[in-house]
Design a protein around this ligand. Structure first.
Ligand SMILES: NC(=O)c1ccc[n+]([C@@H]2O[C@H](COP(=O)([O-])OP(=O)(O)OC[C@H]3O[C@@H](n4cnc5c(N)ncnc54)[C@H](O)[C@@H]3O)[C@@H](O)[C@H]2O)c1
Length: 328
């Protein structure tokens, strides 16, 4: 049995990661989530009813919860974090507090695990935003870019700061206590069960309900990575020995699309005839974001497979019965 700990496992990426890990009958998965954003829906209930899954609703900011955990984990996927623009703007104090304390508590726990082969820390493309805004960077962007902190006075800076801090924890605890780790920086992962606060479900909702669809920042582009590809890259990044102490972008650089073309693609998949009303660019939103993923491809041998049309179709198939029953 391979024992694996997944924090934030009831969330978007966590749920699909666990589902994939369960395909290997030798994996025994321990899931921790405080359900701040995770959902105890039918799909998650089904996952945690699997005999190879053990779920605890706990808050990782409480260091006491670690004392009762097993000590023989081989892999830890640390996905738990307070995320999302709305959260970041309304609760920047919580972003700073929870994202720092959960990661500190987890690494203190990991320090004493003799069997640990790897801890994977989930970072973000947002981490490049300060450099992009103030100095400009090459796009597609690789992991070597020096990071710049944007305005410390702004709530929006808290998320990128918390992830930079998390990355620093990995490098410095990792070095001092000999903890193997890999940092992944996710770029615009999408798919079923991702809530309604991301651009794709927001568009699905708008297009399914309205004939005239408003599109802000129409020419801005994003590279969209379907969840199945992100999960495959995540597992390979974690389990591969050569990725120890490395930072890897996770995303799909071949599926860069403008917001207006994304809207048209979604309308096509939904077979809806819409009129688009373009709005001005959203302030502070980068005009282009695209990861250079050559490093993860060369280290793990995996490159993303799902194109935007198929990904949108699969996403819509999941959302179509639920659009009336939205949750965040
Ligand atoms: N989805 C993306 O495109 C994307 C992009 C960049 C980075 N990431 C990173 O990947 C990770 C997973 O993202 P996601 O999209 O699945 O987010 P998510 O919000 O769906 O999942 C995060 C989970 O962590 C849980 N959580 C939060 N605080 C906790 C705490 N104190 N104790 C226990 N559980 C807690 C939440 O309840 C939630 O279920 C996050 O760390 C995020 O920063 C994701």
């Amino acid at each position: 049995m391979k024992k694996i700990l997944v924090t934030g496992g009831a969330g978007f990426i966590g749920y699909f990661l666990i589902k994939e890990l369960l395909k290997n009958k030798d994996n025994k998965i321990f899931v921790l989530d405080n359900m701040y954003r995770g959902r105890l829906d039918e799909e998650f209930k089904k996952i945690i009813s699997n005999k190879n899954v053990s779920f605890q609703q706990v808050d990782l900011t409480d260091s006491n919860i670690f004392t009762s955990l097993d000590k023989d984990f081989e892999y830890i996927y640390h996905l738990a974090a307070v995320i999302g623009v709305k959260n970041v703007v309304e609760n920047p104090d919580k972003v700073l507090r929870d994202n720092a304390i959960t990661t500190l508590n987890l690494i203190e726990f990991a320090k004493n695990l003799k069997s640990l082969k790897k801890i994977l820390f989930s970072s973000t493309s947002e981490i490049y935003a300060g450099t992009l805004k103030h100095f400009g960077i090459d796009i597609p962007t690789n992991e070597k870019v020096k990071l710049t902190l944007d305005d410390v006075n702004s709530p929006r800076t808290t998320y990128m700061l918390s992830k930079m801090y998390g990355e620093s924890i990995m490098f410095n605890y990792g070095k001092k206590h000999n903890i193997p780790f890999t940092i992944v920086r996710y770029h615009n992962v999408y798919g079923p069960r991702m809530g309604y606060l991301h651009v794709i479900p927001e568009m699905l909702l708008k297009i399914s309900k309205h004939k005239i669809v408003e599109v802000a920042s129409p020419e801005h582009t994003r590279s969209m990575c379907f969840i199945d590809d992100a999960v495959e890259m995540t597992i390979r990044a974690c389990e591969n020995k050569i990725t120890n102490k490395e930072i890897l972008n996770i995303g799909n650089q071949d599926q860069e699309i403008s917001i207006i073309n994304l809207t048209k693609t979604i309308a096509r998949v939904l077979k809806k005839n819409i009129d688009i009303k373009t709005l001005p660019d959203v302030e502070g939103s980068p005009s282009r974001r695209c990861p250079d993923i050559s490093k993860i491809i060369s280290m793990t041998g995996y490159s993303p497979k799902v194109n935007i049309n198929d990904g949108i179709k699969k996403t819509f198939d999941w959302y179509k019965d639920k659009l009336h029953n939205r949750y965040e």
